[in-house]
Write a protein that binds this ligand. Structure first.
Ligand SMILES: Nc1ncnc2c1ncn2[C@@H]1O[C@H](COP(=O)(O)OP(=O)(O)O)[C@@H](O)[C@H]1O
Ligand SMILES: Cc1ncc(COP(=O)(O)OP(=O)(O)O)c(N)n1
Length: 269
């Protein structure tokens, strides 16, 4: 059986984040990728120049078309932009009984553009997060979702506990935005165990789409039947290789190298 994964996210015309990063990642991990597009963005390595959200009907029809013919073994959500799109996605996840749901609570692009309306944060918390197998906030997103400041390791553990109360089955709070200069360390928590996933911090500005790529790699591994922690370990290795072997494309924050994991590194850390 060919594993199939679905991404429900925004399109990045520059190819480094969003739907484009997700499909490249699925492909590199030998998973057949499908997509439902929630918004078009005019975007490049310098930033986001325009956001054009899809109608609810457009999102609904894409999800129905996929579900009626192609059964994804795992799905991920990225940029969902507004409350009504989140509601549509949550309804469809329930209707079609989709499992292995990875929620990347995308809020703000690196350049500062808003990819989620403020009023949609509550809908994300109440409608979508309770349906998720794992959520993958970065530190600023975890701060918004919990209402607490995250500075120390103890803070991050407390935030992970608070996020689990929202109803997700597990959480990984990514460490890309942490001030640690030597390592980029992510924290996994499933209600029982805290696991720190360590990687050398690469000094580069070419980190556009790191979060999308990381959550897509988790989704691909879940589609193949891996457990959540193993999926996250492989994703960490995938993103580490993708940042380390940079491409230097564009004049701003360049994309990561989606070929690198296959080319340079196959194992988990
Ligand atoms: N400079 C870096 N060097 C190595 N790993 C990084 C670097 N920046 C981010 N990462 C890793 O990339 C993944 C995405 O993290 P992060 O940048 O926090 O997410 P987002 O793109 O959602 O803001 C995490 O596994 C994080 O540890
Ligand atoms: C269409 C779209 N979706 C998501 C993002 C954010 O991607 P992320 O992986 O968090 O990377 P940065 O944008 O922060 O570099 C996006 N930019 N566009």
């Amino acid at each position: 059986m060919i594993p199939k994964a679905l991404t429900i996210a925004g399109s990045d015309s520059g190819g480094g984040a969003g739907i484009q990063a997700d499909l490249k990642t699925f492909q590199e991990l030998n998973v057949f990728g499908m997509s439902a597009i929630t918004a078009l963005t005019a975007q490049n390595t310098r930033g986001v120049q325009g956001v054009f959200p899809a109608s609810n009907e457009c999102v609904r029809q894409q999800l129905d078309s996929i579900a009626e013919d192609l059964k994804p073994q795992a799905i991920k959500t990225g940029m969902l932009y507004r409350s009504s799109i989140i509601q549509t996605v949550a309804e469809k996840i329930k209707t079609y009984g989709w499992s292995n749901v990875v929620v990347d609570p995308v809020m703000i692009a690196k350049g500062g553009a808003s990819l989620l309306q403020k009023e949609a944060i509550e809908t994300l918390k109440t409608n979508l997060i309770p349906l998720s197998t794992v959520i993958t906030p970065n530190i600023p997103e975890a701060e918004v979702l919990t209402g607490m400041k995250i500075k120390s390791n103890a803070d991050r553990k407390q935030a992970a506990e608070m996020l689990l109360v929202l109803g997700c089955r597990s959480v990984v709070i990514k460490g890309g935005h942490h001030e640690d200069n030597l390592e980029a360390i992510d924290l996994f928590f499933d209600g029982n165990d805290f696991v720190w996933l360590r990687g050398q911090r690469i000094q580069t500005r070419n980190t556009h789409g790191t979060g999308c790529t990381f959550s897509a790699a988790i989704t691909a591994e879940l589609a193949k039947g891996e457990n959540v922690l193993n999926a996250i370990r492989t994703a960490k290795s995938f993103i580490q290789a993708a940042i380390e072997h940079e491409l230097n494309i564009g004049s701003g924050h360049g994309p990561t190298n989606h070929w690198a994991f296959q080319t340079y590194r196959m194992g988990r850390p």
